[in-house]
Design a protein around this ligand. Sequence first.
Ligand code: ZN
Length: 286
Amino acid sequence: MNTNLKPKLKRFASATAFACPICLENLTLVESSLKCSNRHSFDLAKFGYVNLAPQIKQSTNYDKENFQNRQQILEAGFYQAILEAVSDLLASSETSTTVLDIGCGEGYYSRKLQEAYPQATFYAFDLSKESVQLAAKSDASWKVNWFVGDLAHLPIQSKSMEVILDIFSPANYAEFERVLKTEGVIIKVVPTSSHLKEIRQLAQDQLAKQSYSNQEILEHFEDHCQILSSETVSLTKSLTPEERQALLAMTPLLFHVDQEKINWTRLKEITIEAELLVGKIKIQNP
Ligand SMILES: [Zn+2]
């Protein structure tokens, strides 16, 4: 046991669900690296995360500034309704539950949920190293196991997770089935057609699609999961000029929109609305 480990890295000593992204053998902490029995080794970064997808070429589409804008909007409480609803759902889990946060971005949900559930173990990842770095830097709990990871090859042991949190992120149901315990559940959060409706209205002349439908995502979820519950949560909140600027800069909807052509001062408030589904993976060949 390494007693010289920096406080921010101590959490990895008890992170027993990591698997090697190359050979899927268990990863264990040796000095300041996670290592498998086949001598694959992954160094812990000083901010408190580990890169378990070093082969991935980092995208420049989401840059650091984008994640900082996201953090500003999230911390201002625009997504509070989603956070509270997810938190309520976790309340029915055991206190020591193990949660995997898919595409955690700058880490808002895992950070807040870890505070609310100090006995729970959170594993949170994103493909973007910059976002994971920001997540780890912002984590005052020093508890969440942040990592850079690939959704297609989760560096997580089979049957190790009680809950998968998939908030506005893509899904990989084959991997979800592998890493979930038999009784494990997926909490899937999907935007509704009213999500960001005020932005959509102002930008409608330039948008390829006039309205958004989550039908395809919901059908995909139902193909793979038995739905245990569903609810819609919504929050409309007024924007300061600074928040408006951050929101417009972070919104993927507007990546191909010429924002100069739109009078954004008319954007006074914004609606964040999502459908929360809880599901259990269907047994394919019973
Ligand atoms: Zn290995």
